[in-house]
Structure formats: C-alpha cells, structure tokens
Design a protein around this ligand. Sequence first.
Ligand SMILES: NC(=O)c1ccc[n+]([C@@H]2O[C@H](COP(=O)([O-])OP(=O)(O)OC[C@H]3O[C@@H](n4cnc5c(N)ncnc54)[C@H](OP(=O)(O)O)[C@@H]3O)[C@@H](O)[C@H]2O)c1
Length: 248
Amino acid sequence: MKIGILGFGHLGEALAKGLIKAGIAHHDLKVCTARDASWLAAESYQLELFEEADDLIREVDLLVLAIKGKVFDTLLFDTDLTKELVVLSFMAGVSLEHIRAKLDPSDLVVAIPTIAMESCHSLIAHTPTDNKMVLYVLNQVGQGYPMPLNKMAAFTSFVSCGLGFAGYLLDAFQQGGQALGFPSELAYTLTRDTFAGLLELGSFANTAERVATKGGVTQQGIELMVGEGVQDAMKKAFLLAKEKAEFK
Ligand SMILES: NC(=O)c1ccc[n+]([C@@H]2O[C@H](COP(=O)([O-])OP(=O)(O)OC[C@H]3O[C@@H](n4cnc5c(N)ncnc54)[C@H](OP(=O)(O)O)[C@@H]3O)[C@@H](O)[C@H]2O)c1
C-alpha cells in the first residue's frame, strides 16, 4: 500500500515519523507539501516529494489530508484521479460532505489524531469504518475510537487540544520548580517523574486530598489555585476548543 500525505506540518510529520517507527518502508510514503520549511523537513526523511496534489494522488492508494481546512478550500483536484482513492482526513471541523464534494473518493474517513502519532501513542477519534487500509494506518500510530462526526468535537477538544493543554500545565509546573532554584533540566525531570508517580496512584482528586492534609504545607497552595480559578480556566479552555472544533 502506498500512502500519500498532503501537508507536512505538525500532524503530517508526526504521522510520517510514527509510520516509519512502526516499520513502514520509506518508499511507501509520499508527500505533497508547500515549497517551504515543511518541504525541507520531508526531504530530511528521504520521502518522495510532489509539488502538486494531483501528482501525489496518481501514485498512492490512500491519501491523508494533513492540511488546514482553509488551504483545502483553495485546492483544485482532478476528480478523475480520485475515484479509486481512499481518503483519510485529519482536518478538524471540515465535514465529510465538504470533502466529498471536492474529492469524490471511493471511501472517506475523518479522524482526529494527536502529534503523539510520532511515538505511535496517539488516541484517535474517527468516523466508523471497516476500510482495512485506514484501520491499518491508524493502528500503527495509535488507538482508534470510532464515533459519529457530531461527537468528535468533544474528543478533539479533550484529547487533541488536551495534549497541548497538558504540555502547557506541565511547563507551568516546571517553571515553578525553576522559581524554587532548580536548574531547567532537573526541574523538567522532577516534573516528569512527579507526574509519572501521580499516574500510579489512581484518582487525581484523591491524591490531592491525601497530600493536602489540613494545616499542612500543601493546603495553602491548593487554596491559592482554587482562588485563582485554575479548574474553571481548564473547563473554559475545553469548552472554547470544542466550540471551534465543531464540524460544519
Ligand atoms: N496539530 C494538531 O495537533 C492537530 C490535531 C488534530 C487535527 N489537526 C488538523 O490537522 C491539519 C493540519 O494541522 P497542523 O497542525 O499539522 O498544521 P500545520 O503545521 O500548519 O501544517 C499544515 C501543512 O500544510 C502545508 N501546506 C500549506 N499549503 C499547502 C498546499 N497548497 N499544498 C500542500 N501542503 C500545503 C504547510 O506547509 P508550510 O508550513 O511549509 O506552509 C504545512 O506543512 C489541520 O486541518 C488541523 O485542523 C491538527
């Protein structure tokens, strides 16, 4: 199976990295991207590159759309070439109907992965499918969660944006360590290992409660975060992301 990746930004590169790590041969992966920084990135993986989407489509069985929705809107495709094509779209918020109208593929699946595809550990919401090529690709880079399109915005917000939110929060934690005088690298390691330890303990709320005993040194810090509205900010961030990720 030849896999084409249209767009080699954060997600396109993470997919290629993950597939190569999973053992897919370089010559089975082909890319079309802008003649820019992402072109140089794709070249560094020794992947065959195309300037025109139609030229990529001629060479592949499965096309992965890893471009922004607004870029997709500007592209024109030769629909004579796409009739036999299976399309896997990663574009958040772009509906099946909209993609079908432009590409008219033989099969179409919408999936929302994360950049954790690069370590083959992505959680991936996708529209239900029994397409073997699509399931094979998704299973190489993560774990699939089939669901209807109208449920996908919540998953996108919680899991895809959530990965970014978690990175932001853990970076804040690391910066807290640096404020206490730990050098950046040690603060990073201590942050990572503190969270790894937390994950072994089960309920997050219960861990907070067990550590923050009444009158102890942790309690005032938790109270400060409650006062600063940390939990509310988290909820608002997810709801905002969900609203934007809704498929139209
Ligand atoms: N990032 C995530 O975690 C995430 C998660 C879920 C879904 N998504 C979805 O995945 C899609 C890609 O997101 P991203 O974060 O990877 O965006 P990105 O980093 O901006 O990547 C988009 C890529 O498309 C390339 N491109 C621009 N114009 C092109 C054209 N005419 N033909 C071919 N390639 C072109 C860009 O090249 P240049 O940079 O060189 O211009 C870039 O490599 C979006 O639709 C987004 O909604 C992203």
